[in-house]
Design a protein around this ligand. Structure first.
Ligand code: AMP
Length: 198
């Protein structure tokens, strides 16, 4: 994996462990020679991932829609001009297409609604066959326990096909998660299934 799209919160939770985790993820990816593709912001966990990777001399590619690039965050604009490359795109559709095109996999760490939008799009596009890249979920501090339980509920009820039950790779340790993502074997996507299998 040369580059991973990293999805995470743009907020800064009061619990300092979250920003520390994001910074560590940036550092660890850079140490492994894995570039970061992310939302191009300098706020919250997003900014911390980028900072950690840049401090280690890692590659950081930001992709930000123009409406967000110029938005006034606390203390100024939200775009992170320290990135190795900063792509300013028209809208969220272009941004997410760029995340998929530029990366070799998707790594979600704790975040909010925007992070969920990005994670579930990566899962849904994997099921369909728009990409065959690994989708990793870092369940640090048990933050995603309920999401993992809900995913199991969708599987148990029959809303996720057997072939797609393993798309989300969830681990609480980054090392283990990256090893599983690197060993990823693509599943059969919906586009390759016969109608009788659906
Ligand atoms: P959230 O989890 O709701 O904080 O949203 C974070 C995700 O949405 C990130 O992965 C970004 O791609 C996008 N996003 C949300 N807010 C911003 C922001 N202020 N600057 C850049 N990207 C953002």
């Amino acid at each position: 994996m040369k580059r991973l799209a990293v999805y995470c919160g743009s907020a800064s939770p009061a619990d300092p462990r979250y920003l520390e985790l994001a910074h560590t993820v940036g550092v660890e990816l850079a140490k492994r020679g894995i570039g970061v593709v992310y939302g191009g912001g300098r706020l919250g966990l997003m900014g911390a991932v980028a900072k950690g990777a840049l401090e280690q001399g890692g590659e950081v590619i930001g992709v930000i829609p123009e409406a967000l690039a110029g938005a006034a965050g606390r203390g100024g604009e939200v775009a992170n001009h320290d990135c190795t490359q900063l792509h300013i795109v028209a809208d969220m559709h272009e941004r997410k297409a760029a995340f998929t095109r530029l990366s070799d996999g998707f790594l979600t760490i704790p975040g909010g609604v925007g992070t969920m939008d990005e994670l579930w799009e990566a899962v849904s596009w994997a099921q369909l066959g728009y990409h065959a890249k690994p989708v990793g979920l870092l369940n640090a501090f048990g933050f995603y326990d309920h999401l993992i339980a809900f995913n199991s509920q969708m599987i148990a009820t029959g809303f996720v096909r057997p072939a797609h039950q393993g798309i989300i790779m969830a681990e609480s340790e980054l090392d283990l998660l990256l090893a599983r993502m690197a060993a990823h074997e693509p599943h059969t996507p919906i586009f390759a299934m016969k109608s009788s299998e659906l």
